[in-house]
Design a protein around this ligand. Structure first.
Ligand code: P6P
Length: 334
């Protein structure tokens, strides 16, 4: 029996998108393929992280005589490397780097995009084998081509994003990215080393039964947030049963699950951390862009995440994100 399973790889899909827009230069498609390449390299290391003790602790020299770097730094260098040596990116900002980096070569200076990323979010979960991820955000630079990008290119509101995405290194490795035309998910097929389309045109259900929040901070949340959480635990007026609480301490995995099944993820501000813990530029904004393209919502409790005008690279923001109907329920409490 011949199984004609037409599988579309990430590379094929980005090139198909390019064909739909003949005026496109191919730089964004190239950037997304670069991110896919780096993700494959990171995936190899993440999957053997548990073996590090055998191969040599981070900070030591492994059996191949190479310096074993912390996985966060390794991941940062992989994403920075492909973008620096590509043709699409003028500079980057990363959770792992204090300041942004402008790529000082003629090709990069004439590239029209900048990229910001959290190279390995949730890396504290690596040694307990919980899924972790990468989050990235792409903007058109606002400074002239041919010059070095400056901070103004990085401090743009999230509504200016041209693309955003994440990788989740879990039971399978996925790459999900959004442009204004839609959200598409690709699953890595290790047998051919390619990301293959598995979740075309992802949409976030208007309602779900999952709410995700760290209950350990409950008494530090505002009254409105506490009231909403209590409602999630009681019979819900909108769709019948009480909700299910799912929170694994890895934002990429929690938000990815809620995006697919429907649900709400909350990292509210607390008394100790009024702005919460999550970073606006490379955690909140990319997921807010993806959620809105998929039909969901994302706010900081007062305003749309994508409307926040950043003032500094690593600023934090409270985050409420997920199914539109559940977000509107939440907003009635706060
Ligand atoms: P808490 C991981 O460190 C992270 O940045 C997110 O991935 C995750 O959702 C959050 O922190 C968990 O934080 O304070 O609930 O442990």
């Amino acid at each position: 029996m011949i199984v004609n399973r037409k599988v579309t790889t990430l590379d094929e899909f980005t090139i198909q998108q390019l064909r739909n827009f003949p005026k496109a230069t191919g730089e964004l498609s190239g950037l997304l393929r670069d991110m896919g390449l780096a993700a494959k390299r990171v995936n190899v290391e993440v999957n053997k992280a548990g073996l590090v003790d055998i191969l040599g602790d981070y900070g030591s020299v492994n059996v191949q005589g190479e310096d074993v770097k912390k996985l966060d730094i390794f991941a940062n260098n992989q994403f920075m490397g492909v973008l620096q040596h590509g043709i699409s990116c003028a500079g980057i900002a990363s959770e792992e780097l204090d300041t942004f980096i402008a790529f000082d070569d003629e090709v990069s200076k004439n590239s029209k995009y900048i990229c910001m990323f959290d190279p390995l979010d949730g890396s504290g979960n690596i040694d307990v084998n919980v899924s972790i991820g990468t989050i990235f955000s792409v903007y058109r630079r606002v400074t002239p081509l041919g010059t070095l990008p400056t901070e103004v290119d990085f401090l743009q509101p999230g509504r200016n994003q041209v693309a955003a995405g994440y990788m989740v290194y879990g039971s399978s490795t996925m790459l999900v990215y959004a442009t204004r035309r839609g959200v598409n998910g690709f699953t890595l097929d290790p047998s051919i080393g390619e990301f293959c389309m598995s979740h075309p045109d992802m949409k976030c259900p208007d309602f779900g039964r999952i709410y995700s929040v760290n209950h350990g901070n409950f008494f530090q949340y505002t009254e409105g947030v506490r009231k909403y959480i209590n409602t999630c635990q009681q019979k819900s007026k909108t769709n019948g049963g009480p909700y299910t609480q799912r929170y694994i301490g890895s934002m990429v995995a929690d938000v990815h699950r809620n995006l697919i099944k429907g649900g709400i993820f909350m990292y509210p501000g607390t008394i100790d951390k009024p702005k919460g813990k999550l970073r606006l530029l490379y955690e909140c904004n990319p997921f807010a862009f993806i959620a809105e393209v998929a039909g969901g919502k994302a706010t900081d409790g007062e305003q749309r995440i994508l409307d926040i005008v950043p003032t500094e690279l690593h600023q934090r923001s409270p985050l409420f994100i997920g199914s539109k109907g559940m977000m509107e329920e939440l907003e009635s409490f706060i």
